[in-house]
Design a protein around this ligand. Structure first.
Ligand SMILES: Cc1ncc(COP(=O)(O)O)c(C=O)c1O
Length: 412
């Protein structure tokens, strides 16, 4: 097939055991389902090589190989090199470790910019450095677009700005930021950029090299894998960070220095299953294409994106045409593309009522602040106990969306 291929959703769905029932899962921004390949790899590791890796005996050699395969896939997903990623327990934990590891590079009075749109994972750990003398500034969402605008960042950048922490797209608003342009501006100002890609990575191809980000984070459990977090850092920066683990660990072993306690062996190994799944989907659509692994991922995410765009159109039309619904990011959508994440409130309703009503239709969605409490406050959604969120990924099919829209329409 050629690049004009459209996603064979049924083929994809067959790989996800959880999709065998009659529930529709649309809380994917909270965590995605996993394909059989990930489950099998977990079971295989635990059954065959749940031993200390790195020794000369058979099971130990196998364990090390499997862990390495998993790390390779996790790096490839964002086009990072193997020695530039740290696999940790979660993004929240990885940002916390990074914030501590960066401290020796920061002096009292240095400025760090965080946003009021981000998940707290990329905010709180930085804000807490205020107690160590750093000055925290807030890049606020624009009230009309519900989004982060570059001109507002411009006004905050000073000679003392050392770091800007923002998201590739928000887990609430979903509009995609021009990270490359923002990072270029941050570098021009002499600062570093730390980008939370958790809400973006399931939907579009990430290329940390092209974006030129200094630090980038994503969580494999939102990209069809197990519960973990991945931190990318430019090699030259990782070498400057203070170890957060045992003093005797090798200087260039960033994985161990920045993941105190070590990574989860079985789940890291299982992550190679994401790669197995991606390869199968690629083979199905581009069989015989003579392209390298990087290009295969580009093609695959191109397919996912096209499919998601088609599904998102119907949801967006419904949420913007139905009276009484306030869709987050509606104002910014004319200027920016959105991943398949839609958050909204309904006039006069507690947001929690809507997922409850959809449960009767066997549709799994959720209402909350989704740990982006500052974003919820900025949107004015606190009195309604947060927003209702509908989030799609490539394994959602058109009938899922039809069912969700019908059910929403009855509930609202
Ligand atoms: C945008 C975003 N950033 C960060 C996180 C935190 O990720 P983790 O659960 O791996 O700490 C989440 C989780 O929902 C998220 O949606």
């Amino acid at each position: 097939m050629t690049s004009e291929a459209t996603l064979d959703v049924e083929f994809c769905r067959q790989h996800f055991p959880a999709l065998g029932g009659d529930w529709v899962y649309m809380e994917n921004a909270g965590g995605t389902l996993v394909p059989r390949q990930v489950i099998d790899r977990t079971a295989h590791f635990m059954a065959n090589c749940q031993v200390q890796p790195g020794e000369g005996y058979e099971a130990s050699i196998l364990a090390a190989e499997r862990i390495s395969e998993g790390r390779s896939v996790l790096a490839a997903i964002i086009n990072a090199d193997l020695d530039e990623i740290v696999v940790g327990p979660s993004t929240t934990s990885n940002v916390y470790v990074l914030s501590q590891a960066l401290r020796p590079l920061l002096a009292a009075g240095d400025e760090i910019i965080v946003t009021n749109q981000d998940h707290e994972a990329n905010v709180g750990a930085w804000r807490r450095l205020e107690a160590k003398g750093m000055v925290i500034r807030e890049w606020r969402m624009n009230g009309e677009t519900d989004d982060l605008e570059l001109e507002d960042l411009e006004a905050l950048l000073t000679e003392r700005t050392k770091l800007v922490c923002f998201n590739h797209c928000s887990n609430i608003v979903g509009l995609i930021h021009d990270v490359k342009a923002i990072v270029a501006r941050i570098h021009e100002a002499g600062a570093l950029a730390c980008v939370d890609g958790v809400a973006f990575a399931p939907h579009r191809r990430v290329n940390v090299k092209d974006l030129d980000v200094d630090f980038y984070l994503y969580s494999p459990y939102k990209v069809f894998g197990p519960h973990m977090g991945v931190l990318y850092g430019k090699r030259e920066l990782l070498s400057l960070l203070a170890s957060q683990s045992h003093y005797f660990l090798p200087e260039d072993d960033y994985q161990r220095r920045l993941c105190p306690g070590g990574l989860n062996y079985e789940l890291t190994a299982a992550s190679a299953g994401i790669g197995d799944y991606f390869e199968q989907v690629h083979e199905r659509h581009f069989s015989g294409a003579n392209v390298d692994a990087r290009e295969r991922l580009n093609q695959l995410f191109g397919l996912f994106a096209e499919h998601e765009r088609a599904l998102s159109g119907a949801i967006e039309v419904y949420l913007t045409s139905k009276a009484g619904i306030r869709l987050a990011g509606r104002g910014g959508a004319a200027r920016r593309e959105r991943v398949g994440v839609f958050s909204f409130t309904v006039d006069g309703r507690d947001s929690r009522e809507i997922p409850e009503a959809l449960r009767a239709h066997k549709i799994g969605i959720h209402a909350d602040d989704f740990y982006a409490a500052r974003c919820i406050d900025a949107l004015g959604a606190r009195p309604q106990n947060g927003v209702v969120r509908v989030s799609l990924v490539h394994y959602n099919a058109a009938p899922d969306v039809d069912r969700a829209i019908t059910a929403l329409d009855q509930a609202i």
